[in-house]
Every structure is written in C-alpha cells, then in structure tokens.
Write a new protein. Structure first.
Length: 396
C-alpha cells in the first residue's frame, strides 16, 4: 500500500491510463519497454496491459525485432476505438469533420456560416450539419468519444462558454457546451480557434515539449500558446488574445468598442476596409487575399504594413515566452503580410529571443483548427485520469 503522497503519485503515474499515454506518445511499444520505463513489476504491468487490451484501448500489431531475447508483441494505441467529431467555426465559414482517433478524416465538409447570426441560429444549424455528417460517414453518434469545437473568440475552457467575444455578437456567456451536449448526447469540448490551430500544428510538427506560438490573422487576430505540449490558456481563457492590444498613434474604432486595437488596424477586415476606402471594393479578409494574389500594389502595401503592426506586438510576445516556433496562420499567412511581420519582429525583439526562433507559415492551412480540435478531444478523453476512471467503472 502507498504510505505517503509521493508513493501515491508514483502509483498513479504508473496506472493503466499512464501506460496508454506512453504508448500513444511513442515512448514505448512493447511490454518490455514499458517495464523498463516504469519499473513496474511484471505481474502489475501485465494485468494493466490486459485491462487496456480487453477494453480496446490498445491493440497488438505483429512482433518487434528482437535484440537477443525473445521477439515481443508490439502494442499500439487503438486509434479505431472511437471517432471524433470536430468543428472549426470562423467568422464566415465552418469546417466540420468526422475523424478517427489518429485524426484521419472519414468525411469533411466546409460551408458558409455567419457567426454573427448568434448562438441559437448557428448552433441549430451546426447540430443538423454535424448529425448529417455522422450519417454520411456511415457512423452513429454513440461511436463518438466526443465533439471538439473551435470558435473565433475567447473561451472559458472549464465551462465551454465564450467570454466577451469581439466578433461573435450575442454569444457572450452562452452555454455552448451544455447546448450541444443536450442536442448530441456526447461530451463536448470548446476552445478558441487559435488555441486549437496551435495545438494542431504542434502535434503535426511532433514538437513534444518545444514551445510554440501560433498567430491567426483572418477577420480578427488571435494567438494560441502551447507550452510543455499543452495549450496555455491563462486564468480565464484570455491568453493569446492579442488582437485588442492598443497600437500607439492609431484611433481607428474597433469591433470590441475600444479604439486603436491591433485588430482594428491590422486584421483582414481592417485591410479590407482600407482598400474599400481607396476605391477598391473589398468586403472581407478573403477578398483581400484575392487582391494580393492578383498582385495589386495597394493591397500588398497595406498587407505589409499590417504585418509590421502585428510584428511589433509579437516582438513583446516572443521576448516574454521565448518560443522555438512562431506560426503565422489564417487567410493572410502567405502574403506580403508575413514579410511585414518578420521585418518588425526582428527589428524590435532582442536577438537572444529570436536566435533559435523559427518563423513559419502553417503546415495544416485551413485544416489546422479541425486537427487541433481532434487532438484536444483525444488528449482530454484519453488522459490517464479519464482512462483509469472508465476502466474502474467497468470493472467496479
Ligand atoms: Zn478591439
């Protein structure tokens, strides 16, 4: 029996759920490797592995090449055990997907959606679209371990509600999670879209403990921070909400009600408004991208200036967090905008803070939010504590 706190922690750390995490993270793939990593007795280890195999968390897959001893059975995380439903809501579009636990899509759908229609209308439509997509995948709702939802605003993760979102009118404090759980009958996790994109890129790049920051620039501007493999959300979900930092010398009115915000000066919507004002009809962030692709000089100049404003703010962010990777994502990520970001960032940040910094555009592009939503759901619902709880409830 465990006799003190440290013993208790050690027991918990070598629980069945912990062993599953070691296999899922690629740290061990045979019983022998797990024994070496954990120091568990042979009988304790075998009993836990058997429980994980019986409940379908692990599966066996061939034998590992032997280095002298007997060949040993390879253990794998069973990524077909359940499915995940992922939805990434932007200001004007939604991307929905049914995927397996490894993130492989069964079906994916992109459609128009106006977040400004408010929570009742948007969630009614989302529920119908998600149910249809599950049908289309030939699956049933009961096969889902959970639903991951990204939204373009600050989220209080523990409650699944958005908090004073500048570009989501009518959504403040709306119980998104409760609403969808009641409609779909499965666990729902909600997070900010930039957080999910950061998590998706981090997982795809295989960065483990390497710190990463992702800045999404589309209709609005937001950032996600991944430290030690987890999203850093701050005390109430506001971490990374850099879009409403005030830029000196600007008095442009922002959608949040304040003036001179970074988003009011440097977002896709802000560039669209300025192009429109110059006599080039431009309604959205995506229209700006079309003009950039067409090589229009005013669009390129304004995008580069906007990038410089974002780069100025990022210089502070980079000095504070000292990340290894900074990803620029969103509609404007492959344009003169990124040039502007680099110019201001390297001019303003301490050389020490940027010495090992890699500034890159997104690997996942428009799929980043969905990939991150899946990762969030699997990380949470296949966490050691959650797996141990479910194993205990089956046997007990
Ligand atoms: Zn603002």
């Amino acid at each position: 029996m465990a006799t003190n706190e440290r013993d208790l922690a050690a027991v918990a750390a070598n629980s069945a759920g912990h062993l599953l995490t070691l296999v899922r993270a690629g740290r061990a793939r045979t019983r022998g490797e797990l024994r070496e990593l954990t120091g568990l007795s042979r009988s304790a280890l075998l009993q836990r592995i058997d429980a994980l195999l019986a409940a379908g968390y692990l599966r066996t897959s061939g034998v590992a090449g032997s280095t002298g001893g007997r060949p040993s059975t390879v253990l794998e995380f069973n990524d077909r055990r359940q499915l995940v439903l992922a939805a990434d809501l932007g200001a004007t579009h939604a991307r929905l997907a049914v995927v397996d636990l490894a993130g492989r899509p069964l079906v994916e759908h992109v459609g128009e959606l106006d977040i400004a229609d408010g929570p009742e209308a948007v969630l009614r439509r989302l529920t119908a679209d998600l149910s249809a997509l599950v049908d289309h995948a030939g699956a049933r709702l009961e096969e889902l371990c959970g639903i991951g939802l990204g939204v373009p605003g600050p989220v209080e993760f523990s409650t699944g509600r958005v908090v004073q979102p500048p570009i989501m009118p009518g959504w403040h404090d709306y119980p998104i999670r409760e609403h969808l759980e009641a409609e779909l009958g499965r666990p729902v996790l909600v997070d900010n879209d930039a957080n999910l994109m950061a998590l998706g890129e981090h997982a795809t790049l295989g960065l483990d403990d390497t710190p990463l920051i992702l800045v999404k620039v589309a209709t609005g501007i937001g950032a996600g921070i991944v430290i030690d493999g987890r999203v850093y959300r701050g005390v109430d979900g506001g971490a990374g909400d850099i879009g409403h930092v005030r830029i000196a010398g600007n008095d442009v009115r922002c959608t949040c009600g304040s003036v001179g915000c970074l988003a009011a000066v440097a977002s896709g919507r802000a560039i669209a408004r300025r192009l429109d004002g110059l006599g080039f009809p431009t309604r959205s962030s995506r229209d700006v991208v079309s003009r950039l692709h067409a090589g229009e000089p005013d669009a390129i100049r304004l995008a580069r200036e906007a990038g410089q404003h974002v780069g100025e703010v990022l210089a502070t962010v980079v000095c504070l967090i000292n990340p290894a990777v900074l990803i620029i994502a969103g509609d404007l990520a492959e344009t003169a905008f990124v040039t502007g970001v680099r110019e201001a960032l390297y001019a303003r940040a301490l050389p020490r803070a940027t010495r090992h910094l890699r500034v890159a555009t997104s690997e996942l592009g428009q799929r980043g939010g969905v990939v991150g939503a899946v990762r969030m759901v699997v990380d949470e619902l296949y966490s050691p504590a959650e797996v141990d709880r479910r194993l205990a409830s089956v046997s007990g």
